[in-house]
Design a protein around this ligand. Structure first.
Ligand SMILES: [Zn+2]
Length: 335
């Protein structure tokens, strides 16, 4: 495998960012200043530049292809998702798509960024180190700006579930936003892993953001043969061959694989257009199933409602701010 040099990040750390929580019952936020980074696109292998810019209240997350003059803005919404093989791809017109948005979306959700323009000069968001951490760092360097509009969250009122074969994804009512995941692979290094993360008190940043994407050596070879995954290397993917992790420094968390699935789910769920007040559970799920889950949710108006943060101002009761950081290893509990 060829190693690619470290991705570069513009550093500007004079402004410390406030601690943000996922269901912050506060005003909407955008970035304090524009930030840029350059990295490698996972599939094309080309260098791509990503710029995050402040946006007005109620803008949402808007992607723009700066290399295609006159192309339409693409809102990062579930109904603009046009492909979910390998990664999440959005687009609103033929030939103008942006792929691999999920790790950046996860960082935006995890850092509480409601409104932002994401300018990319190519068809893919750079993969950076394969996790959401470089984007979290970029957002923290930018700093957050509170805006004169209340954040609204999506409250789940009734369970919604989608299944394909042995894969399942569901959202159920809950006072907080939590994400549970179970995976089951033949390789002994992954095997069965399960985790439940309650997104309070910075758990996203501490327990989820650093988990990298992963793949198996035989898949990498197939991808390369198909002209994909050309930017993938041990610098941005955890690669497994048989029962071994090939990356020299090993894993960042013993259960990094399932934590990355949580990271992906947080990012894909943020294409709902708001943070969700409910519990997500995925079993062997992925980008496709999470997108289908959102489609099922929004097809049924009685299963959810918008709640403005004013209605949630008793943050103790809602558990948004004062709950103890909570992370449960389901495998350990049920074993
Ligand atoms: Zn991922």
């Amino acid at each position: 495998m060829n190693h690619i040099g470290q991705d570069t990040i513009s550093k500007n750390i004079e402004t410390a960012s406030p601690e943000a929580s996922l269901l912050d019952p506060q005003k909407q936020k955008t970035l304090l200043r524009t930030m840029n980074c350059v990295g490698i696109a996972l599939h094309s292998g080309e260098k791509v530049s990503l710029t995050l810019k402040p946006a007005e209240a109620n803008t949402g997350v808007i992607f723009r292809r700066t290399d295609i003059p006159g192309s339409k803005e693409i809102e990062a919404r579930w109904d603009n998702v046009v492909d979910t093989r390998m990664c999440t791809t959005i687009g609103v017109e033929e030939g103008v798509t942006i792929s691999t948005i999920e790790h950046l979306m996860s960082a935006l959700a995890g850092c509480g960024v409601d409104n932002v323009y994401v300018d990319v000069n190519g068809p893919e968001v750079p993969v950076m180190d394969g996790s959401a951490q470089p984007f979290v760092f970029l957002i923290e360097c930018a700093g957050l700006q509170e805006q004169d509009a209340l954040r609204r969250v999506i409250e789940i009122l009734k369970p919604v579930r989608v299944e394909i074969g042995d894969k399942m994804a569901e959202l159920v009512p809950s006072d907080t936003f939590s994400v549970s995941f179970e995976i089951d692979f033949e390789s002994k290094v992954v095997a069965k892993q399960a985790i439940s993360v309650n997104m309070v008190n910075g758990t996203f940043k501490k327990e989820v953001a650093r988990a990298r994407t992963f793949g198996f050596m035989h898949e990498v070879e197939q991808l390369r043969a198909a002209g994909l995954g050309l930017g993938g290397s041990l610098d941005n993917v955890v690669i497994i061959e048989d029962d071994k992790v090939l990356n020299e420094d090993g894993l960042r968390y013993a259960d990094e694989f399932v934590r990355h699935k949580v990271l992906d789910a947080v990012g894909d769920l943020y294409t709902s257009g708001a943070v969700i007040r409910g519990s997500y559970k995925g079993v062997r799920a992925g980008h496709a199933l999470t997108n289908q889950l959102l489609r099922a949710l929004f097809a049924n108006p009685s299963s959810w409602r918008y709640v403005e943060s004013e209605e949630n101002d008793d943050s103790d009761e809602a558990g948004f701010v004062t709950n103890e950081a909570e992370i449960v290893d389901l495998a350990a509990v049920s074993a």
